[in-house]
Design a protein. Sequence first.
Length: 331
Amino acid sequence: MTRKGRKRCCESTLWCDILLKLSAQVNRVQKFGLLYFRICQKEITALIRAKLALLGCALLLFMVAAAQPARAQAPARAIPTPTPGPVHANVTETSVDSSLPDDKAVDKMLTVYSPKVRALDVVIGKLKGDLKKVGVGAGSLGSFVADGIRAEASTKLGKPILLAVTNSGGLRRNVIPEGELKLRDIFELMPFENALVAFDLTGAQVTDLLRVVVSHRDVQSGARVKYRINHDKQAQLESARFLVNGVEKEIDPAATYTVVSIDYLLNVTGGDYAAVLKQARNTRPLGVTIRDALTDYVKAETAAGREIKSTLDDRFVLDKATSAAAEGPQL
C-alpha cells in the first residue's frame, strides 16, 4: 500500500472510531445495531464523501439521543413532614343520666310525634298464613296489595273497578308473617306517599298494560293472565281475561275500562309503562295514598269479620308447555 493509501486508511479508521464512540453513547439510551465500516484501499473512492457521510450519521445519532427521555431520574427530595405543635384544649366530662334537666325543645317535639309512633303498634287485622313477595305478580304479598287498592278504589268511585295495577318494586317488605297485622307492617311495606289515580283505557290498551305488568313481574288485581318464560328467562304474556267473581270474562278491545294505579307510574317519562299510560284518558286522583288505602282495606275486612288470607287465586298462570324454563312456585 502506498503512503497516500495508508494515510487515507488511517483517516478512515479514525472517523470510524469516532462514529463507534458516538454510537456507544446513543446506545445507553436506546439500543441501536452496531455500526461499523470496512474500508480497504480498493473500496475507498472518495475520502471527502466518506467524511461527509460520517458527519451526517454522527449528527443524526446526536439528534436521536437528544429526543429520548432520560430513563433514570434523580430521586425526588423527601419533604420532611412538619411536626404539629402542641394542641391546647379544655375538656370536661358530663354524666348523661337522670340528673340532667330535660330539654324543653326536645320534649315539645316528642309530644307531637310520640302518639304517632305508638299508633304504629296498633293491631288493625289478623293475617292467616305468611304473605310473601316472590315471582311474577310478587306472590301472595302482591295479591294482597293489589286487592286492597282495587277494593278501596271501588269504594271511592262508587262502582266496581275491574283492574288495579302497581309496581312490585314499591313493596318494601318481602315477608309479613302470620298473626297480628299492625299499622307498622303497612308503613314498612308502603313507605312512600304514592297516591291512587283512576283513568280510562280501551280494551286493547288494557291488554298492552297487562303485557307490561307481566314482563316487569309486577302486581295486578282483576285479571287472569297466562304467561310463558322465554329463553332469556323473561316473562311474556300469552293471553289475558278479566276475572270477575272467579269467572273469566273476555276483554273487549274496543270497550273502555276504568283502571286504578298509582301516580308514580303515570308520571314516569320513559319505559314500557309510559308508552301505554300516556294514552290514558279521564285521569282523576282519588285523594288517598296507597298506604292509607291498604290500611282502610284491612280495617274494613276486620270489621266484616274476615281475616287477610295468603292464598292465591291463579291470577298468574304459567304455561309450562311453551316455557323455555320453569319458574319457582308462587307463594
